[in-house]
Design a binder for this molecule. Structure first.
Ligand code: DAH
Length: 355
């Protein structure tokens, strides 16, 4: 483009017009993109309106050039300043790297005890009323405590249910909380009444009704004159306190460390047995059987007492064990054990987690 030939008055006039027009356009720009276009239109190195006007300076007589140059520069600086102000007024504060005043404050997450822990504490509290204290034992346990002292004969099929991780040098991840019965009796002579909560491990799949790690609560009472009546009374009392009044049922069973042994069931707390033989009104909780299986129990096998150095002619005892996730599932009518373990807040929210 050939620079136009203009005189001083014309240049001053154009500069003035560009100033007014520029200010109006800058004020009217809707966003930063529009301001960018204005910047190029006025200051662009190629064809910018003010750049072009500058190019006409050489055609002026030399004594007129300083005034014209100064006038164009003043318009240029004025427009640049005005444009910069508009840019910053259109720029969101959050684009500033130093501080983002629009960012919401970080939310406070309020955690809570896991539902499994809450159930364990509730069970402990009920047994505390019945005179029990709490005992704990190691999760990496010696085979002798996990099996031998509990009268599992070597290679007995009962051990198939207790396949676990062998850690070497005779150590296993304990498959149940029963070994803590032995540790307790070795340390504290009878009379003993303890509740033993803890994690246990099995070579099980992680599916709706199994998990390779879960929690149990074990109970043990050893004293002179303890009988099956004490066992039934204790567990029935516990069921009443934990589920509201509910009948218990004991079925003969086998565990190496108890003799006699039993499985104990609770009368279904939802249908209370009414769904049995009534296909019109099936019960999901007990699958219309009227009873829900709950745990194992029995009288402490005298061999276990002997292994712990206790005189079986003088002392007798009872023991029981229950799975906590199953208890939690039973109480909340839940179908998938994994929900009890994974800590997903959608499950834990009703138990007090605040997100
Ligand atoms: N330890 C058993 C298990 O995990 C459960 C059990 C059964 C515990 C009977 C006991 C008992 O104390 O008496 O399968």
């Amino acid at each position: 483009m050939t620079p136009p030939t203009l005189d001083l008055a014309a240049i001053l006039n154009i500069a003035n017009q560009l100033k007014r027009k520029g200010i109006a356009e800058i004020d009217g720009a809707a966003d930063r993109d529009a301001l960018d276009v204005i910047r190029t239109t006025y200051f662009g190195r190629k064809n910018g309106l003010l750049t072009e006007l500058m190019k006409s300076l050489p055609s002026l007589p030399s004594d007129a050039r300083p005034e014209a140059g100064a006038a164009i520069n003043a318009v240029k600086t004025g427009l640049e300043t005005h444009l910069a102000e508009r840019v910053s007024s259109l720029t969101p504060v959050s684009a500033s790297p130093a501080i983002d005043a629009t960012m919401p404050a970080r939310q406070q997450w309020r955690g809570s005890k896991h539902p499994v822990t809450l159930v364990i504490e509730e069970i402990e509290a009920i047994f505390r009323e019945l005179g029990f204290t709490i005992a704990l034992g190691p999760e990496a346990e010696h085979e002798w405590y996990n099996f031998g002292a509990l009268n599992f004969p070597p290679d007995h099929p009962a051990m198939d249910l207790h396949d676990t991780l062998y850690l070497g040098e005779g150590a296993v991840l304990r498959t149940h909380t029963s070994p803590v019965q032995v540790r307790t009796l070795q340390r504290w002579p009878p009379p003993v009444r303890v509740i033993i909560p803890g994690n246990v491990y099995r070579r099980d799949f992680f599916d709706p009704s199994h998990a390779p790690m879960f929690s149990q609560v074990e109970g043990l009472a050893v004293d002179e004159g303890i009988s099956f009546v004490d066992l039934k009374a204790t567990l029935t009392r516990f069921a009443e306190r934990f589920f509201g009044s509910t009948k218990t049922r004991f079925r003969p069973s086998y565990f190496p460390f108890t003799e006699p042994s039993a499985e104990f069931d609770l009368q279904c707390w939802v249908c209370r047995g009414a769904s049995v033989g009534d296909p019109e009104h099936p019960c999901r909780t007990c699958r219309s059987e009227g009873w829900v299986e709950w745990g194992g129990c029995g009288m402490v096998n005298p061999r276990v007492l002997v292994a712990c150095g206790i005189d079986p002619d003088r002392y007798t005892g009872f023991a029981f064990g229950m799975g906590i996730e199953r208890t939690l599932m039973a109480r909340h009518d839940a179908e998938d054990m994994r929900d009890m373990i994974e800590g997903d807040v959608r499950f834990t929210l009703p138990f007090g987690t605040e997100v």
